[in-house]
Design a protein. Structure first.
Length: 474
C-alpha cells in the first residue's frame, strides 16, 4: 500500500505513525497518510519562520514568477491529481455538468494564475508641502492553513497562494479525510519554491489544535464548521493570532412569482447539488412563491430522476458518494426527521447502495421552518423546498438563522431582486444564480458563518499588516 510523507523545509519527511485514507465509493483503504507529531509540526513552523525573511524580501514580480511556474507544474500533473481527488474525495472524474474532479482541478489552476497576477501597491494618503504619507502593506510572517475535505486541493490553493504572493510562508494541515492530493501538490511545489516556504503536515485534530495555539504562527486561515471555528478563535486568543474564518452556511434562495422557471431550474439544481451538496456556498434552503412552486418542483424532480449516483470512476456517474460516513449519517438523520414531520419526498430519500457512502439526489417539499432539514446545514444531496405566499415572509425566513454565508434571489425584475437581495443577511448575494465565486470577487460570511474575506485585492490584504509611513518635508 502506498505511503505518503510530510513536507517540511523542502524535504519529504517520514513518520512513525500513519492513518488510513478511505475511498468513499467502496470503503477500501487507498493509502496510509503520515501522522505528524507535535515535534514535526514545530519543525515545520521553524522552517517557515526561517524562510520568511528571504521570501518576503523578494518582489511581487519574483514571487509571481515562481507561482506561475507552480501552476504550470500542477497542470502537467493534472491526471494524477484528478485521480487522487476521485479516490479520496469521491467526486466523479467529470460528473454532472462537468462539476467533478476536473472542475476542482480547473478551478485550482485558474485561482493560482489569477491570484498570482494581483499585487498590493503603496497608497498615498497625503502629499503636500508639509508631508507625504503613504500606506504600505507588509506580510505577517508564518500563516497556518487548516482546510476541509470537500475541496481539498482548491481550498488549499485559496489559502496558500495569496499568503505566498504577499510574502508570507505557510504551514498547512489538510483534512485527515482527504490529505493525499495536498501532499502530492506539496511534492510538486518543493521543486519550485524555496525550502521552508510551503510545509504540509497531516494528522488529526490534535495537530490542528497545536497550530492554532502556536506562538510562532502569525495568522490562521480556516475553512470548516462553525463549532471548530469558535474553538480556533479561543485557542488563538492567547497569542492574538490573526484569523480568517470561513465557516458553515445554510444558504437560502428566494424564488419570486415572476421568476423564469425554465431558465432558473437548471441553475438552481446545479448550485444546490454542486459537489453533491458538499459545498459551503451551495443553495441549501429554497423558498418558492406558491404561484410557481409546483412548476419548479416538477422541473427539479425531472432533472434529479435523470441523474446517476455511483463510483466516480464510472463514465456515466453524475454524482459520487458523500465523502465520509459521518456526513452520510447526518443526511440520513435529517431526512428521517423530515419524514416524521410529514414532509413529501419528490425523489430519493433512501440510501439504496451500501457499498459506499452513497445517497441519491433528494428533493423534499411540504416542509417548513423549524424542521431540522431546513434549520441545519445538510451538506449533502438533499434540498428542502419551502412554499411562501408573501415575500416579507421569505426574507424573514432567510434571515432567521444565525448563519450568513450566501443567499440568492430569482426574478425577472432585476431592480426588485436587488432591493430584496440587499436585505439578506449574508456575505455574498446572487441574483438569478448561486454559489458562483471567482478569484477577483471578495467572498466571506457574516454572523456565525465567520469573518474576514478571501479572493481579490481585499482577500490579499487579509495576509498583511498596515504600516503608515510619514515623510516630513519641513
Amino acid at each position: 500500500m502506498e505511503e505518503f510523507n510530510l513536507m517540511i523545509n523542502g524535504e519529504s519527511v517520514a513518520t512513525t505513525d500513519h492513518f488510513e485514507v478511505i475511498n468513499p465509493a467502496d470503503k477500501s483503504v487507498i493509502a496510509r497518510a503520515p501522522k505528524a507529531t507535535t515535534e514535526q509540526l514545530n519543525d515545520a513552523v521553524a522552517a517557515a519562520k526561517a524562510a520568511f525573511p528571504a521570501w518576503s524580501a523578494l518582489t511581487y514580480a519574483q514571487r509571481r514568477d515562481l507561482l506561475m511556474q507552480l501552476a504550470d507544474a500542477v497542470e502537467a500533473n493534472g491526471e494524477e491529481l484528478m485521480t487522487l481527488l476521485t479516490k479520496e474525495q469521491g467526486k466523479p472524474t467529470k460528473g454532472f455538468a462537468d462539476l467533478g474532479a476536473g472542475f476542482e482541478f480547473g478551478g485550482t489552476l485558474a485561482w493560482i494564475r489569477a491570484t498570482a497576477s494581483m499585487e498590493l501597491t503603496p497608497e498615498t494618503i497625503q502629499d503636500n508641502e508639509t508631508a507625504r504619507i503613504e500606506l504600505h502593506r507588509k506580510p505577517l510572517g508564518v500563516v497556518g492553513s487548516i482546510t476541509p475535505w470537500n475541496y481539498p486541493l482548491l481550498i488549499g490553493i485559496w489559502h496558500i497562494i495569496p499568503a505566498l504572493l504577499t510574502g508570507n510562508t505557510v504551514v498547512m494541515k489538510p483534512s485527515e479525510m482527504t490529505p493525499l492530493t495536498v501532499l502530492r501538490f506539496a511534492e510538486i511545489a518543493k521543486d519550485i519554491l524555496p525550502a521552508g516556504v510551503l510545509n504540509v503536515v497531516t494528522g488529526e485534530g490534535d495537530i490542528g489544535a497545536a497550530m492554532t495555539s502556536h506562538e510562532d504562527i502569525d495568522k490562521i486561515v480556516f475553512t470548516g464548521s462553525t463549532p471548530t471555528g469558535k474553538a480556533i478563535m479561543k485557542s488563538a486568543a492567547d497569542n492574538l493570532t490573526r484569523l480568517t474564518l470561513e465557516l458553515g452556511g445554510n444558504d437560502a434562495g428566494i424564488v419570486l412569482a415572476d421568476a423564469d422557471i425554465e431558465a432558473c431550474a437548471p441553475k438552481i439544481f446545479a448550485t444546490s447539488f454542486i459537489n453533491n451538496g458538499q459545498t459551503c456556498a451551495a443553495l441549501k434552503r429554497l423558498y418558492v412563491h406558491e404561484s410557481v412552486h409546483d412548476e419548479l418542483c416538477d422541473a427539479l424532480a425531472n432533472m434529479a430522476r435523470s441523474m446517476k449516483t455511483g463510483n466516480g470512476f464510472d463514465e456515466d456517474t453524475d454524482f459520487g458518494p458523500l465523502q465520509n460516513k459521518q456526513q452520510l449519517d447526518i443526511v440520513k438523520t435529517l431526512a428521517q426527521d423530515a419524514k416524521e414531520r410529514g414532509a413529501n419526498f419528490l425523489c430519493g430519500g433512501e440510501a439504496t447502495d451500501e457499498t459506499g457512502y452513497f445517497y441519491p439526489i433528494t428533493l423534499v417539499n411540504n416542509i417548513d421552518d423549524g424542521a431540522r432539514l431546513v434549520d441545519e446545514e445538510q451538506f449533502g444531496p438533499i434540498l428542502p423546498i419551502i412554499k411562501f405566499t408573501d415575500v416579507e415572509e421569505a426574507i424573514a425566513s432567510a434571515n432567521r438563522l444565525q448563519v450568513g454565508l450566501g443567499g440568492s434571489v430569482w426574478s425577472k425584475d432585476l431592480e426588485k431582486a436587488q432591493s430584496i437581495a440587499a436585505r439578506l443577511e449574508c456575505g455574498t448575494v446572487w441574483i438569478n444564480n448561486h454559489a458562483m465565486i471567482q478569484p477577483d470577487a471578495p467572498f466571506g460570511g457574516v454572523k456565525d458563518s465567520g469573518f474576514g474575506v478571501e479572493f481579490g485585492e481585499t482577500g490579499l490584504k487579509e495576509f498583511t499588516s498596515i504600516q503608515t509611513m510619514q515623510i516630513s518635508k519641513s
